[in-house]
Ligand binder design. Structure first.
Ligand SMILES: N[C@@H](CCSC[C@H]1O[C@@H](n2cnc3c(=O)[nH]cnc32)[C@H](O)[C@@H]1O)C(=O)O
Ligand SMILES: [Zn+2]
Length: 430
């Protein structure tokens, strides 16, 4: 028996960034794209007329429940921001809070055409349940910090990260996959990085961590180890083609070559890097070297939204401003980063509209003032569109949003619950 969904009457963005008039036929049982072209029929339909069917956006580095702390503390650099505001508030987060914040994040993602993401946070069973119900695709990990913890606590945090990775890989009918997620090279002790990376490798669990985000993260490693952070990470066995690092702002040429050689992906987070004044990642150099580059918003508290259209524009703008070269990080590059690049970084068989790929899709409505006229669809995705222009969102062949109405979550209830939890968290954090 076939059970198909036809997304018809519009234009389609192909993997080579060309755009053609076509329909997309999806198998709702396998969740895969069956055909792209002039396709009649379909058991169900989504109207794409006046719109562009594009791969669903993939937010390859975020901390989902940080939506509760959106606007809670702004205008500070990373270290101060984490230590003075964020970590004390996160210390108050209960599993119920994380669930409420995650639901809010997933709602925002679905509304803005994001179909997949990587999360590094805690109380991960709640995140898995939320993803299961909302219908997105995610690679999740329990974030580990060992600085300021005694040996037993530090060990337990690492054990929990591996335990979560083992238990939830393949959850939500395969839409959830996992990673071991040490926070960074300076917030997790070397002995733990060595021991638990080795365990993760033995079990085929990839790594996701923050790297070279600020100078403050690079200098202590240079001083203590007399080597660059990524050379240090490589010595600890932390760079393989299954892994990805967030940020990669302060990487030198030797580190760029190392990333290319190892096949480790970098997830660029331009808004967070600008807001925390961390710096500008050498994105064009990374791309030129053949490094897989994905795109992420980072947590909502350092962005302050999860709109990947904003992120594409920020990536392009920052890429040009920081190099003084208007041709750097062009429109096609940021659209590719937010789709195929991010999907590749996370190991999702998505990010490209072609037969056999996962049907993770967004339909952008081009019949709006800000997207008129259409000289170039890809240009509009990078420079003019916003998450608010998304009409339908589909993940794994299921319709998560139809005509702007989210199908899998009660938008109003999610917003109210999140606002309520956020208020109570900030009261407790004082
Ligand atoms: N189990 C850890 C939590 C680690 S989750 C990942 C952490 O990354 C933090 N985070 C968010 N954005 C950034 C960033 O840009 N750089 C580094 N850390 C961040 C976030 O607030 C969260 O605490 C603990 O006990 O503290
Ligand atoms: Zn982060």
């Amino acid at each position: 028996m076939t059970d198909t969904l036809r997304i018809g009457g519009g234009h389609v963005l192909r993997p080579d960034m060309s755009v053609e008039e076509a329909d997309v036929l999806v198998d709702r049982v396998s969740g895969e794209i069956l055909e792209v072209g002039d396709v009649p029929g379909g058991d169900a339909t989504l109207d794409a007329s006046g719109g562009l069917v594009m791969p669903g956006l993939v937010n390859a580095h975020t901390h989902t429940a940080m939506t509760l702390l959106r606007g809670y503390a702004d205008d500070k650099p990373l270290e101060t921001w984490l230590r003075e505001d964020i970590w004390p508030a996160e210390g108050e987060l209960t599993p119920e809070d994380v669930r409420a914040g995650t639901d809010l994040a997933l709602l925002e993602m679905i509304e803005s055409g994001t179909t997949g993401f990587a999360d590094m946070y805690f109380h991960m069973p709640e995140v898995v349940d939320a993803v299961d119900e909302a219908g997105l695709r995610a690679r999740i990990g329990h974030g580990v910090v060992t600085v300021g913890k005694d040996e037993d606590e530090a060990r337990a945090d690492n054990e929990e990260s591996l335990e979560v990775a083992r238990e939830y890989d393949g959850a939500a009918e395969g839409r959830v996959s996992t990673a071991y997620t040490p926070h960074s090279l300076t917030t997790v002790g070397e002995e733990f990085l060595v021991e638990f990376t080795e365990e993760a490798r033995d079990e085929g669990i990839p790594l996701h961590f923050h790297a070279n985000e600020t100078e403050d993260e690079v200098d202590p490693i240079l001083a203590q180890e007399d080597q660059r952070p990524l050379a240090y990470a490589d010595d600890l066995g932390m760079l393989t083609d299954e892994d990805w690092v967030a940020h990669g702002v302060h990487v030198d040429d030797t580190e760029i070559d190392l990333l290319a050689e190892r096949g480790t992906a970098v997830v660029h987070c331009p808004a967070s890097n600008m807001k925390l004044a961390s710096g500008a990642a050498p994105v064009q150099d990374l791309l030129d070297a053949g490094v897989t580059v994905g795109l992420g918003t980072d947590g909502a508290a350092s962005n302050n939204d999860l709109d990947m259209f904003d992120e594409m524009r920020d990536a392009a703008m920052l890429g040009k401003l920081s190099t003084g070269d208007a041709s750097a990080v062009p429109a096609e590059a940021v659209v590719e980063m937010a789709t195929a690049g991010s999907a590749d970084a996370l190991g999702f068989d998505a990010g490209r509209i072609e037969e056999g790929r996962k049907a993770d899709l967004a339909v952008v409505d081009f019949e709006t003032a800000r997207l008129t006229p259409v000289h170039d669809y890809v240009s509009h995705l990078a420079y003019a569109a916003s998450g608010a222009d998304v009409r339908h969102t589909v993940c794994d062949g299921q319709v998560l949003m139809r005509d702007g109405e989210v199908q899998t979550l009660d938008a109003e209830a999610v917003r109210e619950r999140a606002a309520d939890h956020a208020e109570r968290v900030t009261e407790r954090a004082g």
